[in-house]
Write a protein that binds this ligand. Structure first.
Ligand code: ADP
Length: 487
């Protein structure tokens, strides 16, 4: 698919309920990573546009804040219904700009929609507290109030879900929002805004400023005193910049940063189930998710058997364009992305790793990479420390439970971990010891709107989704009413 003409295709910025060009009229190209074809020339928002969006969100805030929760809930529910109604069109757009297979794109759209549904429900339950007083003649309250104007900076790997996961809780509690989507994938963001407008989200409440000038616009979003919270998903490196820049105005931060997920297979695991989980966790989105299995630790007794079974499953993965039938794996997002994967594989090979399957660019050319398994990977290989963000599974042998735990925790990251075991004692021992925010036990896919998503260590701050996701957009206001005991 090279061009399309459906109603959700929008190339302008969305500020204060108006579709507009960048203040200097500039645009940037959005490219289909499958074939390099330019899909759209999108408004390249400037610093001035960012200020305009902040002003719009600030102006819209008091009315939205004071709108009854039930009304906000209804509008969000309507947005959810529209996203689901338009799921096929949104998925097409998503696959075009991101490259993931159409079925996966549809899955992401519905996953993204589920956050809007969930937080439309949670909107009505942002309860405060009445606190028993320690002193006579007082009534004590903790009100929960929206934090104010918020900004979201989102990545290209989940162009729909990373936006709804941040914007839905913000809007649910009465905050307003400015979104800067990744320059690679702004079309899905703009399509979401079209549906938000149709759902009745008032002007200024939800603004989208696509831009290829991430640093300049990011600077405004992280330093403007009106913005009270920034939610960012992306690399740890940029997360540090955002945190530093946000320090001067003491903004609240939610950071969902890099991961380096260990995937541990113990001798007592159900190997077929482990292979299913490994494929889902490693090769989904061509390995470009922050909770992707990055390192496979396999116990010595089943190492060869697991490698063989995984090899058979990986050999069956079909690589190709998102719109081809039966495709399991699309291209990587950019040339830089594939070069990074090549560099990491070369480093591992130079340190003694063996290619079991794949190991190089795919015959399709462009940014397609072969689904790959490396065995005999040395413990000092870079790909055990850095995020691969590509379809490469390094397999490392271990002997004891303690060794697996130590190896898994040997990382500055702490986002997700997976392990496979049927020993109940081991399940709880290992789950307790792994230093990550999320753990899949005998499961390779664990994310959903109902659960708290987030990391520990240098993988970030805060939780998205679940009942906790809404708290990140609320402030506590303590109110002490005194003088009540006097007649
Ligand atoms: P990835 O490696 O997944 O592309 P990045 O951290 O580079 O992750 O990008 C995630 C998001 O952060 C994107 O929207 C990108 O445009 C934005 N971004 C990159 N650099 C900055 C910056 N200096 N300030 C603010 N946002 C930035």
């Amino acid at each position: 698919m090279t061009s399309f003409n459906h109603k959700l295709f929008q190339k302008s910025a969305y500020i204060d309920g108006v579709w507009c060009d960048a203040s200097d009229g500039k645009t940037f190209d959005v490219v289909n990573p499958s074939n390099g074809i330019v899909l759209a020339k999108v408004a390249d928002c400037t610093i001035e546009d960012a200020f305009k969006a902040v002003h719009a969100a600030q102006t819209a805030y008091p009315v939205w804040r004071d709108t009854p929760a039930k009304d906000r809930s209804k509008i969000l529910r309507c947005w959810y219904d529209l996203i689901v109604e338009n799921a096929d069109e949104l998925a097409t757009l998503l696959s075009c700009e991101q490259g993931k297979p159409l079925s996966e794109a549809k899955g992401e759209v519905l996953y993204g929609a589920s956050f809007v549904e969930w937080f439309s429900e949670e909107a009505k339950r942002a309860y405060g507290e009445i606190i028993p007083t320690p002193v006579r003649g007082r009534e004590l309250f903790a009100f929960k109030e929206p934090i104010g104007v918020t900004a979201a900076i989102t990545p290209w790997n989940f162009p729909v879900a990373m936006i709804t996961r941040k914007v839905a809780p913000a809007l649910a509690v009465g905050c307003t929002s400015i979104v800067k989507p990744a320059a690679e994938t702004p079309l899905s963001a703009l399509a979401l805004a079209m549906l938000a407008a149709e759902a009745g989200i008032p002007k200024g409440v939800f603004n989208i400023i696509p831009t290829n000038r991430a640093q300049e616009v990011g600077q405004v979003l992280t330093t403007h005193p009106v913005i009270r919270k920034v939610s960012f998903t992306g690399s740890t490196e940029v997360g540090r910049i955002i945190m530093r820049q946000s320090a001067d105005t003491i903004k609240k931060l939610s950071l969902e940063l890099g991961g380096n997920a260990p995937f541990i297979v113990f001798d007592d695991a159900d190997l077929d189930n482990a292979v299913i989980g490994a494929i889902a966790s490693k090769y989904r989105n061509s390995g470009q998710t922050c909770i992707c299995a990055n390192r496979f630790y396999v116990q010595a007794g089943i190492y060869d058997k697991f490698a063989e079974k995984l090899g058979v499953a990986v050999a069956g993965l079909k690589v190709g364009d998102a719109f081809e039938k039966g495709v399991d794996q699309g291209p990587l997002i950019t040339v830089e992305a594939i070069e990074k994967v090549e560099e990491l594989v070369e480093d591992a090979l130079s340190k003694g790793a063996k290619v079991s399957i794949g190991g190089k660019r795919h015959a399709l050319g462009g940014t397609f990479y072969q689904p790959t398994i490396l065995t005999n990977v040395s413990r000092d290989a870079r790909l055990l420390k850095e995020e691969i963000f590509g379809p490469v599974a390094p397999l490392i042998k271990f002997e004891t439970e303690q060794e697996a735990i130590d190896l898994a925790n040997e990382s500055e990251y702490g986002l997700a971990a997976y392990f496979y075991s049927r020993d109940l004692g081991r399940v709880f021992r290992v789950a307790r010891r792994l230093e990550t925010g999320m753990i899949g036990v005998n499961e390779g896919l664990i994310a959903s709107a109902e659960v708290p998503f987030g990391g520990v260590k240098q993988s970030g701050l805060g939780r998205e989704g679940s009942r906790h996701g809404i708290e990140d957009y609320l402030e506590i206001k303590y109110v002490c009413v005194g003088g009540l005991s006097k007649p």
